[in-house]
Design a binder for this molecule. Structure first.
Ligand code: NOJ
Length: 694
């Protein structure tokens, strides 16, 4: 048993029932009433405060004025940077650079911890196949294997050690469970999926977080298979704390235990509190139902105290592990040293560069510095949009906009906004068209404002909002070449923009260094290397559309009368200024046993005269199995740097277990038989071979 757990156990023996309940209570507001609760030991955690003076003050009350002096745990959502804003998680995931992803989580946490945040409600590891859902922006896309790798990197980054040798913060795997499966992409909506999909697609990133040592989990708002996730003993106790061996603690999402009443599985607050406890939700976020009802519930049924003890033990263990008992306060000086530290700001640029995905280029890019640019569209000088959803303490004054970066690069340009992202006014069209006529090339910024994605920012249409499409069409009619910069938190159905543009860069919501990374990419100083981790559909009617779908019994039948079923851009897709040639796909042995590994190698040549980076992807397919299996599944990848005109042999060692699956009654097996394998630059391209598991 860990020392932290032993210490927690000892402390538990000294606690009254009220004090134990207090550890399971978290509040958002800090008013005199809550300060008094701290004194009485009746609250153990607060969330979403960015004021170090206040945090140190309430911590002092907890440590010095409460009977047992148990420190508070301060939580917050640091989703992609604190003051130094990084690209939104979906964008960052397109870098396929796990080292950078880990580093960004670490840098973000170092900044936030200097304001007393020692618990981060991050990472969101919900697999998402529906871009209407606004929270797709917060995750790592649609693939369970890649999502698991990113999840581990993010947990490692958050829980990296601080100067005192304690984790910077506790990470929190969310939203448990299947929150990304909300029907119709409507946030908070019901989820119904098979246990097979749950185990095969939804759970792997959560298990990856447990394996990476994540200290906390968050139970989600939605119901899963008719039981709310924050009142679900099967998913929380049987699966998470049992099968998956999670030994940290579970916090509810905001008031989601009380919302069992809304779900109509609890008649009142008291019943909601009882179900929350029985289900294994260890801490109640903000609703207060644990504080108000646990005492009565225990007096009615003393056996419940054992469940409270288990929850408190878990919470106290995390507090010990974080070193909060040794170091409850944060030195205000630390803030001065770490906030907007040059190394962190530089890291925002590195991540932004690699998050950009080039969707199209007919050779118009890179731009030539002498070209006269008409910069048109709503986002050219918008410092808010690059901050994205969940901006934490990010401030628009720190954002490097495209206009700022164009100025810094001394480009020959005119900026005319032309229209707003949402506003229907076309008053700016005339000036935009005049600027376009006078230019050599149009750089058109289009897409979504930062607050159009994220929590409860769902959309029924995924085209360009407002009059942006009309402006694009008018610009197109000028005959000038158009380069489109797509600012977005989700895939958009923008086929006509892609068709009408000479080049398109998906620049997402890229954070503080947005303009610099974009300008460097336009000029060819940065060679884009990002690849999509989420499918771009052609139209909303195709959703859900994802690369790892099933074959069906009639794979060659046309699915729609009025649209094909291919995506606008597939998973894994992205262009570069370099060109890569794949050759000599070789298996060391084409037959392996279930306890061996498959050794794969491929030669990649950079045939261009530009150094570049390529994301080499390996996919497989189980050709015949006991249950239906996806037509293709990612099983390995590597991001490599390749100098111009050079060749590298890239090798992969893939454990045969990776080719296993769950049978219809959830037994994990590695099935003997034939498999197809692809190695290529995207999920729709590559060299192919076959192998056998004997
Ligand atoms: C609600 C969101 O669903 C969750 O992701 C977040 O961590 C909490 N609120 C706390 O802000």
């Amino acid at each position: 048993m860990s020392t932290s757990k032993q210490r927690a156990q000892l402390l538990l023996t000294q606690m009254t029932l009220e004090e134990k309940i207090g550890q399971m209570v978290q509040f958002g507001r800090i008013k005199p009433k809550e300060k008094d609760l701290i004194r009485q030991g009746l609250v153990g955690s607060f969330l979403n405060h960015r004021n170090l003076t206040l945090v140190n003050e309430i911590q002092r009350i907890a440590v010095e004025e409460s009977r047992l002096g148990i420190p508070l745990l301060i939580g917050s959502d640091i989703i992609h940077g604190y003051v130094s804003t990084f690209p939104i998680p979906l964008a960052e995931a397109c870098s396929w650079n796990l080292e950078l992803i880990e580093a960004s989580a670490k840098h973000a946490m170092v900044e936030a911890a200097s304001d007393g945040v020692r618990w981060n409600f991050f990472p969101m590891v919900d697999i998402a196949r529906d871009p209407r859902w606004g929270r797709i922006a917060e995750g790592a896309g649609e693939d369970p294997y890649y999502g698991s790798e990113v999840a581990k990197a993010r947990v490692r980054g958050v829980q990296s050690l601080n100067a005192d040798g304690y984790p910077q913060a506790a990470a929190c795997a969310k939203h448990y469970l299947a929150y990304g499966w909300s029907e119709g992409g409507r946030d908070y909506n019901s989820v119904d999926l098979s246990e097979h999909v749950l185990r095969t697609t939804v759970l792997p990133p959560f298990q990856a977080c447990v394996d990476a040592g994540v200290m906390t989990f968050m139970s989600s708002f939605n119901d899963v298979m008719a039981v709310p996730a924050s009142g679900n003993p099967f998913t929380l106790r049987t699966l998470l704390k049992g099968e998956m061996k999670f030994d940290g603690f579970v916090v509810s999402d905001w008031e989601s235990v009380e919302e069992l009443i809304g779900h109509t599985t609890a008649a009142d607050q008291k019943e909601a509190a009882r179900i929350g406890l029985l289900s294994g939700v260890d801490m109640d976020m903000h609703s207060g139902v644990y504080l108000d009802h646990f005492k009565t519930l225990v007096s009615e049924n003393p056996a419940l105290e054992a469940l409270i003890d288990d929850a408190v033990l878990r919470i106290l263990t995390v507090k010990y592990e974080l070193g909060l008992f040794e170091k409850p306060f944060v030195d205000p000086q630390l803030r001065e040293n770490v906030i907007l530290n040059p190394e962190t700001v530089d890291m925002t640029l590195k991540v932004a560069r690699e998050s950009i995905v080039m969707l199209k280029n007919d050779g118009t890019l890179p731009l030539n510095r002498t070209q006269k640019i008409a910069l048109i569209g709503p986002f050219g000088n918008d410092p808010h949009t690059p901050i994205g959803c969940w901006g934490a303490a990010g401030h628009h004054e720190n954002t490097i906009t495209v206009t700022k970066a164009f100025d810094d690069a001394q480009l020959n340009y005119t900026f005319i906004k032309g229209c707003d992202a949402l506003d229907p006014s076309k008053d700016g069209f005339e000036a935009a068209l005049a600027a376009a006529q006078a230019s050599d090339v149009i750089v058109f910024t289009a897409g979504e404002h930062n607050l159009m994605s994220g929590e409860n920012n769902n959309r029924a249409f995924l085209d360009l909002p407002g009059v942006q499409q009309e402006l694009f069409d008018a610009l197109k009619a000028t005959g000038k070449p158009i380069i489109t910069l797509l600012f977005t938190g989700r895939p958009l159905t923008i086929g006509s923009v892609i068709k009408g543009s000479r080049a398109v860069l998906c620049v997402w919501h890229l954070g503080l260094s947005s303009g610099t990374a974009i300008t460097e990419t336009l000029l060819g100083i940065n060679n884009p290397s990002g690849k999509l981790v989420t499918t771009f559909p052609k139209t909303v009617g195709q959703i859900p559309l994802y690369y790892n779908h099933k074959n069906t019994g009639r794979p060659n039948f046309r699915r729609y009368l009025d649209c094909d079923e291919t995506p606008l851009f597939p998973f894994g897709y992205g262009l570069s200024y370099s060109s890569f040639f794949y050759d000599k796909l070789t298996l060391k042995s084409s037959t392996i046993s279930a306890s061996e590994s498959l050794e794969v190698s491929v030669d990649i040549t950079n045939t261009s005269d530009r150094d570049g980076q390529e994301i080499v992807q390996v996919y497989y397919r189980d050709l015949v199995a006991q249950v239906t299996r996806p037509v293709k599944e990612l099983c390995a990848f590597k991001k490599i740097h390749l100098n111009a005109k050079s060749t590298q042999t890239v090798t992969f060692t893939i454990d045969a277990q990776r080719f296993g699956y769950f049978t219809a009654n959830f037994r994990f097996i590695v099935d003997p038989g034939a498999f197809a394998l692809w190695v290529g630059p995207s999920s729709e391209d590559g060299l192919t071979t076959e192998f056998t598991i004997r």
